[in-house]
Design a protein around this ligand. Structure first.
Ligand code: EPZ
Length: 430
């Protein structure tokens, strides 16, 4: 088991390059098997969830050629197996995108029911409702979701809840259905738009992605394309909050500032300066930070994936803040860990009431999930003394080279795997 060991208290200063969006890339890689021609995808983040998905795509028979760490060529013409199951794929949520992709192309799919970060109950009823509305039979048997159809027929689908995954999955299957599909109350996240753009570049006919009504006219075949994944707004936001927590000055390169608006608005509110450029954002935290209120909401609201990072910053801002989590019910598991670092946070139902403290003090903490893990690293970077973050497996699911990017900004952080290495680091930095 690996850990991050951090000596906190150093303002992060410098430039950092943001990678491709993990959650867009997971859907795009799945959609890439929907043509028999070769698709080239670049700006992929080189992170664990992406590599697990690529292995699964390879296992069902597709050709996957890694051109470099961030570029892959996929050819789906050799797929003969419609059953996706291995011990790793069961751990990633995005395996469900292979259902929409295979159902659209082959009219059948069997995929192990998704795992993913433990942030609350994560049903897939809306995905199933969408596939059924398109004419598929969908069942869950022995831990597998099994979907099949003679033919898929375009239809009108209303999503009872805004769901990124269901919107994308239905969009993929409907791209190769007969006739027109309308998805109402669709998710508007940047990665929904990115997947639609990708599918359109393969010859799909999708209009309205980025609004709450998406219209899709099915096509018989999709063709080859070359596509670059959008920058990761959550990785970017994480570094923006790291700048705030450490009183730093970070220039983030390769971002789309529009996608960061909710994060930017909250940073301005608490007293940071944020400067926007065409494809860069600079965050400067030179003044004391103050409290605010935040509620997570579907895009363009404040993202649930930024909630723990924001809470860590509010934990050392003056006054009382509240953070309301409205998307996932179990996304405050990091609070106990943060309390061990000196935070004063009380959780009541889905609201965290945060009384700002002067500083965090380093402690040994566990990363409970991907974003909360990143948030605890931010707390460690801001804290006095040494912090050890255990279970960084979670963080590596979604952050590429996290420790190196942070080191390049002046952070004292190392990835270690033994107690001896922790001691060595502690001696070196003290
Ligand atoms: C995606 O999960 C992301 N994962 C999550 O990122 C992210 O937190 C989430 O969207 C919200 O933005 C991937 O893209 C792989 P949802 P997803 O369907 O698609 C309910 C990260 O840290 N719902 O938009 O699973 C659900 O319970 C991860 O990178 C149903 O009720 O999220 C939730 O309350 C963690 N039935 C809400 O909708 C369904 O069938 C939104 O979930 C589907 C969802």
């Amino acid at each position: 088991m690996e850990q991050y060991v951090i000596k906190g208290g150093i303002p992060l200063v410098g430039e950092v390059e943001i990678g491709g969006a993990k959650n867009a890339a997971l859907a795009i890689l799945s959609a890439a098997i929907m043509t028999d021609e070769t698709v080239t995808i670049d700006n992929l983040p080189n992170v664990r969830d992406i590599n697990v998905l690529l292995d699964a795509i390879r296992e069902i028979g597709a050709q996957v050629q890694r051109v470099d760490a961030h570029t892959v060529k996929i050819n789906g013409s050799f797929i003969r197996d419609f059953n996706v199951d291995n011990e790793f794929i069961r751990k990633i949520r995005a395996s469900y995108y292979l259902i929409g992709a295979m159902l659209g192309k082959y009219k059948k799919a069997e995929v192990a029911l998704p795992g993913g970060c433990n942030i609350g109950s994560r049903p897939i009823d809306l995905h199933m409702k969408g596939f059924r509305a398109l004419g598929a039979t969908v069942d869950i048997e022995h831990g597998m979701l099994i979907a099949s159809a003679e033919r898929l027929k375009g239809t009108h689908i209303y999503l009872d809840k805004v769901s990124v995954g269901a919107t994308i999955n239905i969009m993929m299957a409907a791209s190769m259905a007969e006739g027109k599909t309308i998805i109402e109350n669709a998710a508007k996240e940047p990665h929904v738009v990115d997947v639609a753009n990708f599918l359109n570049s393969m010859g799909a006919n999708i209009r309205g992605a980025g609004t709450d009504v998406i219209r899709i006219v099915g096509v018989e075949k999709l063709h080859k394309t070359e596509y670059s994944v959008i920058p990761d707004q959550i990785e970017a936001g994480t570094f923006m909050f790291a700048a705030a927590a450490t009183k730093g000055d970070i220039m983030l390169k390769n971002v789309i500032p529009k996608h960061l608006e909710a994060t930017t608005a909250k940073l301005l509110e608490i007293g940071c300066e944020v400067e926007e450029f065409d494809d860069a954002v600079r965050v400067v935290a030179s003044k004391p930070l103050h409290h605010t209120q935040v509620t997570t909401l579907p895009y363009p609201g404040f993202p649930t994936d930024m909630q723990p990072q924001m809470a860590v910053v509010l934990g050392i801002a003056t006054g009382t803040s509240t953070v309301t989590e409205s998307i996932f019910e179990n996304r405050f598991k990091y609070v106990d860990e943060l309390t061990r670092m000196g935070a004063n946070i009380k959780v009541e139902s889905n609201i965290a009431i945060i009384n700002g403290v002067d500083r965090y003090t380093g402690a040994r903490v566990n990363a409970p999930d991907l974003r909360a893990g990143a948030a605890l690293v931010i707390a460690g970077l801001a804290a006095e003394g040494i912090t050890v973050v255990d279970d960084i497996y979670y963080i590596e699911r979604g952050y590429e080279d996290f420790e190196h990017k942070l080191s390049s900004l002046g952070a004292l952080i190392e990835k270690v795997s033994t107690e001896k290495e922790i001691k060595k680091f502690t001696l070196k930095v003290s």
